[in-house]
Design a protein around this ligand. Structure first.
Ligand code: SF4
Length: 318
């Protein structure tokens, strides 16, 4: 598994888990990558300490099925215990968790988002949804029902507040998806406080049960494309509403490597702890943790920000 160092990447990804023991009917990973395997806690801590020593500020931990981290180790560890160990035993300024399956958001992990969110833990939870229809989820062999998903999101918002970025992967056109099933997905998404969605049309993978299902009951491409378009509009509107709610407010962020066109205008790209793309009206090096004040939302939906005065002083003094 690769190591993590800041290097040219401001937010490196430390992959701490490989493979997956689930059997989602659309997915080839269980056959191509095998069962879940975890990097030991000792190795994760060595990597995290190396990242900090090299000047890293925000570390993203990831895995194919990150929430399963530690279950295969002889100590039978949980991801929550590892996150707590990293936060308690290192000076890592900010940790971000990548995608975690809905049912792996345990009460312990959710409590950590409440304890450290907005400080050293990014207020960002990505829970793959795939479908909001009970019938489709069953055919996908997903391990949760739509109401379980809603309960996890509600618990996360309860713990971390409405500033939490909640994101999901959603698939349109799974074999046999009826109009009524699609509406269930649409309505569930409309009812939940998503800040962004990653949308995919179903794509049949040879060797999967989904491939066989697709041969028997494919959703016509035109219908898939209409459903994708409806979801895209919904996602755009939810994302815009979430972003707009931060105009006039202060957000913690990390500066990123900016394209030359932006630096030529004396501007800097940044990412807020709650996963919002930002544009700072000031030129700053990458990998700086800053507090920024959002002044407006531009036509492209990017939040334009000024440095918060307190942080600016600190940055000048350091
Ligand atoms: S979709 Fe994710 S959880 Fe399901 S089998 Fe593939 S890797 Fe595992």
């Amino acid at each position: 598994m690769p190591g993590a160092g800041p290097g040219t990447q401001t937010r490196p990804n430390l992959k701490i888990q490989e493979g997956c023991g689930n059997r989602c009917t659309f997915c080839v990973i269980p056959t191509t990558r095998g069962a879940s395997r975890s990097l030991t806690a000792e190795k994760v801590m060595v990597q995290a300490r190396g990242f900090i020593a090299a000047g890293g500020k925000e570390l993203v931990i990831s895995g194919i099925n990150l929430g399963r981290w530690g279950r295969d180790l002889k100590e039978n560890r949980s991801l929550a215990s590892l996150v707590r160990e990293i936060l308690n035993e290192t000076d890592l300024p900010r940790l971000r968790l990548s995608s975690i399956e809905p049912m792996d958001w345990t009460p312990e992990l959710i409590a950590l988002v409440g304890d450290f969110g907005g400080g050293r833990l990014a207020r960002h939870a990505h829970l793959p949804l795939q479908s909001g229809s009970d019938g489709v989820l069953r055919r996908m062999h997903r391990r949760y029902r739509p109401w379980h998903y809603g309960q996890k999101v509600a618990a996360l918002i309860d713990a971390a507040g409405p500033e939490l970025a909640v994101g999901a992967d959603v698939m349109a056109g799974f074999p046999g998806e009826t109009e009524a099933e699609f509406r269930e997905t649409y309505e569930l998404i409309a009812s939940l406080p998503f800040s962004y969605l990653h949308l995919f049309p179903f794509s049949p993978r040879p060797g999967t049960r989904g491939w066989e299902m697709h041969k028997l009951s494919p959703v016509p491409p035109q219908i898939v494309s209409e459903r994708m378009s409806a979801l895209r509009d919904l996602a755009t509107e939810k994302s815009r509403r979430f972003r707009a709610s931060f105009v006039g407010r202060t957000l913690p962020a990390i500066t990123l490597h900016s394209p030359a066109t932006l630096t030529a205008q004396g501007r800097t790209l940044a990412l807020s702890d709650n996963y919002l793309p930002l544009e700072l009206t000031q030129e700053l090096p990458a990998n700086q943790l800053v507090d920024v004040r959002v002044t407006e939302i531009n036509a492209g939906g990017v939040l334009v920000c000024a440095m918060d005065s307190m942080t600016e002083k600190m940055a000048v003094a350091s």
